[in-house]
Write a protein that binds this ligand. Structure first.
Ligand code: C2E
Ligand code: MG
Ligand code: MG
Ligand code: MG
Length: 278
């Protein structure tokens, strides 16, 4: 066997590498043009408030419709945007687009609706985030209370001091900060105390087996109590079943988000959904 690995093994490997590099380069080049060609859009996934049974907010999730490759999910292009620096123009577009949508919904439908946007590490450390956000809100006459910023522990950690500073100034303006995918990062509870946050979002991986697995259940209950003891709101993401919803309701979770309740939707469909839920 060792005999065939040599040449053929190497050739196969380098051909595959080559293809992957070409594919990646192609994606990178098309991503550069995606904003200008209006290929990006935001979809919205509602969050359900368990105490009132009403929808008070929705999370904006980016979508890229590529003319040849079809719909590309953020998991596949956000990392490229982050590595190339394209996350700055894309992130700025997300802030503006989400604010425009928020203003529209507030006019058309619901004065109290709030929108959450996801923010990457580089946006947190390059020093312009607060200004960008304030400018977008001001130009539309929006109240900072109506916007939530979602960040992960992994986005805060690389340049923690800068990130914490940026989050603090956003909060001073009245913008809420949510810690996304909580429980999957590598930060300790010491950091949780230092991060200026209002909302904890329990990662989907804990939620998925709360109803059958005692340990996950115990972890989720603990996170809910932890959040409440720190005066934070707690949201469960990735709720897919009635049993999960019941568990979360029984254990005092504040808000839920997930396919069981509603998938991410294009803005017009989300508006329909908001209307039905009123
Ligand atoms: P996230 O912020 O944690 O968003 C939750 C992801 O879980 C979304 O995937 C959502 O569609 C999916 N999801 C929601 N409910 C369920 C459920 O019940 N079951 C399952 N299996 N999945 C559910 P999506 O839209 O593919 O986004 C993936 C990630 O990409 C996001 O994770 C976020 O980290 C990032 N992302 C999305 N939009 C943006 C953006 O505008 N800017 C930045 N920087 N990152 C973004
Ligand atoms: Mg999020
Ligand atoms: Mg999340
Ligand atoms: Mg996630």
């Amino acid at each position: 066997r060792a005999k065939d690995v040599g040449r053929n093994g190497f050739q196969f490997y380098s051909a595959e590498m080559n293809n992957r590099m070409r594919e990646r380069l192609y994606l990178e080049q098309s991503l550069r043009n995606a904003i200008g060609l209006h290929q990006l859009s935001l979809w919205y996934q509602p969050k359900l408030d368990l105490a009132s049974g009403s929808v008070k907010s929705a999370e904006a999730l980016i979508r890229w419709r590529h003319p040849q490759l079809g719909m590309i999910s953020p998991g596949d292009f956000i990392p490229i945007a982050e590595e190339t620096g394209l996350i700055l123009p894309i992130g700025a577009w997300v802030i503006e687009e989400a604010s425009r949508q928020l203003a529209k919904w507030r006019d058309q439908e619901n004065q109290d609706i709030r929108v959450a946007i996801n923010i990457s590490a580089y946006q947190l450390s390059h020093g312009k985030l607060t200004d960008q956000v304030i400018q977008a809100l001001d130009s539309l006459g929006l109240d900072p209370q109506s916007l939530t910023i979602e960040v992960t522990e992994t986005a805060i950690m690389p340049q923690m001091d800068k990130a914490v500073c940026e989050l603090q100034s956003l909060r001073e303006m009245g913008i809420r900060v949510a810690l996304d995918d909580f429980g999957t990062g590598y930060s300790s509870l010491t950091y949780l105390k230092r991060f200026p946050i209002d909302i904890l979002k329990i990662d989907r991986s804990f939620v998925s087996d709360i109803a059958d697995d005692e340990e996950s259940g115990a972890i989720v209950k603990t996170i809910i109590n932890l959040a409440h003891n720190l005066n934070m709101t707690v949201v469960a993401e990735g709720v897919e079943t009635e049993a999960q919803l019941e568990f979360l309701r029984t254990n005092g979770c504040d808000e839920v988000q997930g396919y069981y309740f509603c998938k991410p939707l294009p803005s017009e469909e989300c508006l329909e959904f908001l209307r039905c839920r009123r």
